[in-house]
Design a protein around this ligand. Sequence first.
Ligand SMILES: Nc1ncnc2c1ncn2[C@@H]1O[C@H](COP(=O)(O)OP(=O)(O)O)[C@@H](O)[C@H]1O
Ligand SMILES: O=C(CO)[C@@H](O)[C@H](O)COP(=O)(O)O
Length: 480
Amino acid sequence: MSAAEGPLVVGVDSSTQSTKALVVDAATGQIVASGQAPHTVTSGAGRESDPEQWWGALCEALRQCGDAAHEAAAVSIGGQQHGLVTLDAQGKPVRPAMLWNDVRSAPQAQRLIEELGGPKAWADRFGSVPGASFTVTKWAWLAEHEPEAVRTTAAVRLPHDYLTERLTGEGTTDRGDASGTGWWASAGESYDEEILGRVGLDPALLPRVVRPGEVAGTVRGGDLPFAKGTLVAPGTGDNAAAALGLGLRPGTPVLSLGTSGTVYAVSQRRPADPSGTVAGFADARGDWLPLACTLNCTLAVDRMATLLGIDRQAVEPGGSVTLLPYLDGERTPNLPNASGLLHGLRHDTTPGQLLQAAYDGAVHSLLGALELVLDEDADPTAPLLLIGGGARGTAWQQTVQRLSGRAVQVPEAKELVALGAAAQAAGLLTGEDPAAVARRWGTAQGPVLDPVERDEAVLGRIGRVLSDAAPLLDRRPDGS
Ligand SMILES: Nc1ncnc2c1ncn2[C@@H]1O[C@H](COP(=O)(O)OP(=O)(O)O)[C@@H](O)[C@H]1O
Ligand SMILES: O=C(CO)[C@@H](O)[C@H](O)COP(=O)(O)O
């Protein structure tokens, strides 16, 4: 037995690049054991992963946790949002999952926006104007390109739903992750039969939406990485899980630097941004999580460092170069066909300046949405919480400081998605609000970097290149 004070809980983060599992003491928040295993993602415009591999990675991450995982009284899964998981009648994936960063369904997104009365109608009803990330557009793409796969599909799930169901045997989801599908209307908090009918998806194929604080099920018997009967919490999307993990309150903005870049805040007002910049997600508690997301964050910057043959921290100030690092197309701004664009290169531009320009370009996209995700009465001096793998890097930290002009707080806790899931699992046992559990655990604590003067010159330069290059950014790299 472990020397924990309270019952043990497990929190899982099944994100784009890997699965991370934490075994946490519910009384203190102490991490008793941890594990991590990688995923593979296809490259190109299509981004797909095999859901069976997520399950294998979860089992491996839990194996690394040792006996502690088997002692857990409750478990919760946080997962990458939006991914389309299609299962056959036996519960096996019909094809690989189409991920949040797969931009092939951009034309279907455009068509669905028009068919349902335009961006404002979507924002009013669903809280979001769907882009290629949203599950509904992926389903529409599949119906057009792989009708046989659609015919074979007996259940449609999100990534976290798929893993939860492998544990419980029951098809469930939660409001946080459901709000990123495009078929869950935030106005009425229910599946929207009209859009489902339009894309030919039978509502019976969708999971039950479990309420915050409700038990999703228990671990069924058989060869599973937990003891039979372990409680399973609803789980949620990874950003909503991180919001739980930070014990986030309205008015505090979060910038997450991972495979995706995200900027968000908790709000008690239901978001409805007709410009489409802000997705009006629900959070995992009963509030809302207005959020903007970029496709190009740590991987794009790391790719530039690799191309330049320098370390990811080897940035240099100065120079006149602007880099829009849209290597995967982009979602914020909405430019699914875009590719990376470089302007202002001179004989004396150094590799370190080019790399700094990649950081600047990635951070500029996120900060452009910062004011939009915050309520109007939010305190402008509240520190920006910086999380995700990139938050560990000083070049990221300094870039965010310089381009935001705000104080930046870097929580010491590294795995905030998994911690948020663990807090949700703990809440099931104690009856507490999971965000209050995380606050009790002190997960957001970490050094605060003082504000520095905002670098308006660089922000202005990036903004001008972005607008002047609009026709180029609308084109695919092959010019089509
Ligand atoms: N010390 C560091 N400095 C800068 N970037 C880092 C550092 N450590 C990890 N990263 C970046 O973090 C990314 C992984 O972040 P993470 O939030 O775990 O991703 P995700 O959850 O989206 O799979 C990697 O792509 C890597 O580039
Ligand atoms: O699409 C979104 C948010 O809308 C992404 O944030 C995904 O949820 C993937 O997250 P990471 O794997 O980068 O954590």
